[in-house]
Design a protein around this ligand. Structure first.
Ligand SMILES: NC(=O)c1ccc[n+]([C@@H]2O[C@H](COP(=O)([O-])OP(=O)(O)OC[C@H]3O[C@@H](n4cnc5c(N)ncnc54)[C@H](OP(=O)(O)O)[C@@H]3O)[C@@H](O)[C@H]2O)c1
Length: 299
């Protein structure tokens, strides 16, 4: 591999590049990090070509692009635009992780998978998953990762089912997965959804309790509940920050808390940056690669 300085160009469609991701990239080993903000999709290709043609082809693997933002589909479109802009042998690596969602979702799915395997001798095939916060980036990515593994995934809408119906349609078109979309606005609707679920992904906004003890009272099939919200109150009643397969209070349901997930998320994001830094070939990394690594980390 060349001794060229590792440079990371970090693109955000909104007015900020995430300081979290800048720090992660620096700690993983990037020496020069340049954030670009308010980047439009059509600007991605020209920016990539501007970067790749400035360095000899063997320096390309030391040049990386990071796609941030807050929109999973836009980040994937930005990756596609970057791929189309490559002119072999002038190429570079690309990694998308909008709002940390791909690595967070990958970590959540991998942490739940470990409990399913170790405690129930099960995998994702046919496992009934209910996703709260399904219109968010973490909910969206976790629904696709688990559905690609064969889970039977239901997206729960908290204000109008139309947006989750749209998410399900996008997921079918882009990833070939069949997701169900249901309304979960009333207490009764939530109880019914949870009564049918074996796994819950609680991925609603920070500081929002989406699943209460009462919602889970009749949930005879429920095995594992994962919660990514670290801001009090917890997204799930009784969830503790570091729970990792412990029983929720007065229940046989296993809980996985936000900092158990966050630990794997952190290692996954850092690990993907390090893969880009050490690879001899240019890489293109999205939530699928994040899940592969998170799975290794939880094995
Ligand atoms: N543990 C970790 O490592 C880690 C890392 C990153 C993020 N997170 C956490 O992951 C969670 C999701 O993040 P995100 O970036 O995906 O957020 P997001 O894109 O803002 O999505 C938030 C989701 O929560 C829903 N929501 C908002 N208020 C709600 C309510 N009162 N009841 C039910 N649902 C509600 C939103 O629905 P609408 O679309 O209808 O508003 C949306 O589906 C957050 O709690 C965040 O702090 C954790």
């Amino acid at each position: 591999m060349s001794e060229a300085t590792p440079i990371l160009h970090m693109l955000a469609p909104q007015k900020h590049m995430s300081p979290f991701d800048v720090n992660m990239a620096a700690d993983a080993g990037y020496k020069v990090i340049v954030p670009y903000i308010n980047v439009a999709l059509e600007e991605v290709g020209p920016l990539v070509q501007d970067a790749i043609f400035s360095r000899p082809p063997d320096y390309g693997v030391r040049t990386g692009f990071f796609m941030g933002g807050k929109d999973a589909i836009l980040a994937l479109d930005m990756m596609d635009a970057a791929a189309k802009a490559m002119v072999p042998p002038f190429q570079c690596s690309v990694f998308a992780d909008p709002a940390g969602s791909f690595t967070t979702a990958a970590a959540m799915v991998a942490c739940v998978e470990r409990q399913l395997k170790q405690k129930f001798n099960r995998d994702w095939k046919g496992t009934k998953v209910a996703v709260f916060g399904a219109t968010g980036v973490v909910g969206f990515a976790s629904s696709i990762i688990s559905a690609l593994e064969g889970a039977d995934v239901t997206l729960v809408a908290h204000r109008g089912v139309d947006r989750v119906v749209k998410s399900a349609a996008v997921s079918k078109e882009r990833f070939g997965v069949d997701l169900k979309a249901v309304a979960g606005e009333t207490e009764e609707q939530k109880r019914d959804i949870i009564a049918n679920a074996e796994v819950i992904f609680a991925a609603a906004a920070a500081g929002v309790r989406v699943v209460s003890t009462e919602h889970m009272a009749g949930a005879k099939n429920l095995l594992v509940v994962a919660d990514v919200n670290a801001v009090p109150p917890p997204g799930v009643d009784g969830m503790e920050l570091f729970m990792d397969g412990d029983k929720l209070p007065n229940s046989n349901v296993l809980g996985i808390g936000p900092l158990a997930i966050g630990d794997i998320k952190y290692k996954t994001e850092s690990g993907l940056f390090k893969q880009m830094l050490s690879s001899k070939e240019p890489l293109a990394l999205d939530f699928r690669h994040a899940f592969t690594l998170a799975r290794q980390l939880t094995a």
